[in-house]
Design a protein. Structure first.
Lengths: 105, 282
């Protein structure tokens, strides 16, 4: 899982993080169509993503990401999944996590 | 550069194809977690050292392609490496950044090269610059001994909050409640947190006190630093009913200064192992 900021998200925070658009942006993950097929997720369906810290349900869409990678814009849902150790750098590991993915019926 | 953008070459390195790829002349899509390997390979090629093509291919980019990039870098009259959080928040962290700093330093044997971290939106660069000229360090600073000490991992925000070291927090122009690891957010909710922000944010909701302030650049004057550390004066266009961040902090400082010092007066230490019988500190 790779969390990052998007330009769209940057525009939305000027409207407010309570807006439905912002909430939708940070609750939507992008996956490669082949990965979605393998896990049995349909476009726009729900997925449960789990790390050792928490499990969060996201909406899943197809997109231009490499096979094996999930992209998600940073936000309150990713805060729950994020690692807390900074390895002495001050930066938490918030990119390149190993996560478990399952389709939610 | 007379040709402007046409006379420059932009190479983008990323693990996924972002909108920046369209703006770039060359896009290198590398495999996730291979930042250190890529930077180290480039360093070897810059020095003309032998590299194993098979192992380089594990980065997702063929060695011939990287050789072309290195040749191009050497031909440049002035090169800049911009690096972002994809380097610092992924496995390797400081090692990835160190490899990029080394590559930049080594390129100066051939041509002028510098590197620059891509700081966040808002005025993150401004905070770096001001802290640097006032304390000598850009972030992660502890002043509790009366002089600045810098130690990321110990004094940096995420570490302090996740460990629960601090028993109060003052948050200025930031929303850690929407970006930090959850245990850090939980700690902010547990302790007295004071937020200065023009808007209601995730952090203001969990704070004990939220002081609404004027928006800098819209209804408050101030200075924002561009990412390349050029200061930009901001003039307000509108009038705000709210005080500026500066005014609130100044008033808090005045109120704090008016209070008695938190350290016990020497007289009350009489008889303690740290004072002499006359109350003089040892």
């Amino acid at each position: 899982m790779n969390a990052g900021r998007t330009t769209k998200q940057g525009q939305q925070i000027n409207i407010g993080k309570d807006s439905a658009e912002y909430q939708a942006t940070v609750s939507t993950v992008t996956m490669h169509p082949d990965d979605m097929k393998a896990v049995g997720i349909h476009a726009g369906g729900s997925v449960r993503i789990s790390t050792e810290h928490a499990a969060v349900v996201f909406t899943c869409v197809e997109g231009k990401v490499p096979i094996g990678m999930i992209f998600v814009p940073y936000g309150p849902p990713t805060c729950r999944l994020m690692g807390r150790d900074t390895d002495g750098t001050g930066m938490p590991t918030s990119k390149g996590w190993e996560v478990d993915v399952e389709a939610v019926a | 550069m007379p040709e402007g953008r046409k006379g420059r070459t932009m190479v983008l390195v990323d693990i996924r194809e972002t909108p920046s790829a369209k703006a770039a002349d060359i896009f290198l899509q590398i495999r996730p977690g291979k930042d250190f390997e890529l930077a180290t390979t480039l360093r070897a090629l810059v020095k003309g050292q032998h590299v194993d093509a098979g192992r380089v291919a594990e980065t997702g980019v063929a060695v011939e392609r990287l050789q072309e990039i290195v040749d191009r870098m050497k031909r440049a009259r002035f090169g800049v490496i911009f690096f972002g959080m994809g380097v610092s928040m992924t496995r390797g962290k400081h090692m990835n950044s160190a490899a990029i700093l080394s590559l930049t330093a080594e390129m100066n044997a051939f041509t002028k090269f510098v590197c620059m971290p891509m700081r966040g939106h808002g005025n993150v660069t401004g905070a770096d610059v001001v802290l640097r000229w006032t304390t000598g360090y850009p972030f992660g600073i502890d002043l509790s001994r009366g002089y600045p000490r810098f130690n990321p991992g110990e004094f940096s925000t995420v570490d302090l909050l996740v460990r629960g070291d601090n028993d109060a927090a003052l948050v200025l122009g930031a929303d850690p409640g929407a970006t930090m690891p959850q245990p850090g957010i939980d700690h902010l909710a547990r302790i007295p947190t004071i937020v200065l922000d023009p808007k209601v944010t995730h952090t203001s909701r969990l704070a004990r006190v939220h002081i609404t302030t004027a928006v800098t650049g819209v209804s408050a004057r101030g200075t924002a630093y561009r990412m390349d550390e050029i200061p930009l004066p901001l003039r307000p266009a509108l009038v705000s009913p709210y005080p500026t961040d500066e005014e609130v902090i100044r008033r808090i400082r005045q109120a704090v200064a008016a209070k008695p010092a938190w350290t016990p007066a020497p007289a009350t230490l009489k008889g303690s192992p740290y004072t002499s019988d006359t109350g003089r500190r040892l």
